[in-house]
Design a protein around this ligand. Sequence first.
Ligand SMILES: Cc1ncc(COP(=O)(O)O)c(C=O)c1O
Length: 459
Amino acid sequence: MDAIQTNDTDAIIEADRNNVWHHLTQHKPYETVDPRVMVEGKGMRVWDARGKEFLDAVSGGVWTVNVGYGRERIADAVRDQLVKLNYFAGSAGSIPSSIFSQMLLDKMPGLDRVYFANSGSEANEKVFKIVRQIAQKKYNGKKYKILYRDRDYHGTTIATLSAGGQDERSAHYGPFVDGFVRIPHCLEYRNQFESAENYGAQVVAATEEIILREGPETIGAMCLEPITAGGGVITPPEGYWEGMSALCRKYDILMHIDEVVCGVGRTGKWFGYQHYDIQPDFVTMAKGVASGYAAISCMVTTNAVFDMFKSDASDPLNYFRDISTFGGCTSGPVAAIENMKIIEEEGLIENCIEMGDYCMSRLEELKEKHDVIGDVRGKGLFLGAELVKNRETREPMPEGEVAKVTAHCMANGVIIGMTNRSVPGFNNTLCLSPALICTKQDIDDIITAIDNALTAVFG
Ligand SMILES: Cc1ncc(COP(=O)(O)O)c(C=O)c1O
């Protein structure tokens, strides 16, 4: 069979319908409607195969294209690198990984080593393996458990789903891996205690109870998103980080911050954890590192951790025996270098703060107007609006109703996101994460689309 021509739209859509299994998608509807095929992007906008234009308020659907579409500078740098050296296994270094590691660590005081891989899930698994290996080396195998938080997400593999606090994501995929222990979420709007007073301190106290129940001598690490993303855009309450960080120090627990979404500017700092007074032992990142121009993830840690893995060179198993084949692709770090330079040269972190504040104020206005908005949350250009059936009781809006809002926006050329099939009964938060290049006009257009959709769906 001849290859389909790139301009033969009907054939491309047909081949997609017949051959491609889309991510996170129920395919039955594609028996009667066309699957969407995206073909082009420029700045804040994307076009599908039928030529429909969209303003993208979610940076490629999942908080990824932080510097916007169509960056020739990144494409040029990747091309030049690919013709020079596209790949060599990560057991050797490369020019781009060496340069990028330096640029990255300059932004992360207290952290000293970068391990390259190619997805967020994979970067998180590196930490899980290191924690287990440290348990073997230092604690007779005992201190291997990893705490993870209700409503957080750390990836799609069986081990990262074992550390996942979103039961609809993991449903049907068990049995899971031993050694992961759930701790409470910290969403004050969904307070799980008798009163919400001193909410942060209450969550910390509930976490400490779990540590004591399990035995601190069994717990190696605590894995947390700085701001929970797909679990509902949850900005932790006052006192939370100080308390969690104190627990880690008190019980000798390593702190792993999952910056797969928040990392590289999304929240108005280079990293989400830098809003808080904490010093992690591990930071993982992926999506915004190269804005989707190449696949790359990084696991960053301290010399204190790294040095443990070179302590006894005579022991043949005493190093980190892990490889990520595509962690050796040079396209990832070379794209990441240009991505970081763009953020710096164009002042995109500053723009993120300014536009994030503006977007938050516009969401607050929408909340005044529409009773269905129960709560608005977020930091920088990482924002959410939780929809409720009743403001007094906070009864969550059913997922199907929330989906009508995103569908209305989509039909009108604006792509917004929502939490979906994640936390049972609470897939009711609209999500916004426009690229860090967005303007006031873009925000106004996004807000207008949501305003119109809320009116159309709920009156
Ligand atoms: C917080 C967080 N961690 C990890 C991941 C997994 O990243 P990946 O899909 O690149 O494996 C995601 C993906 O959405 C995420 O939101």
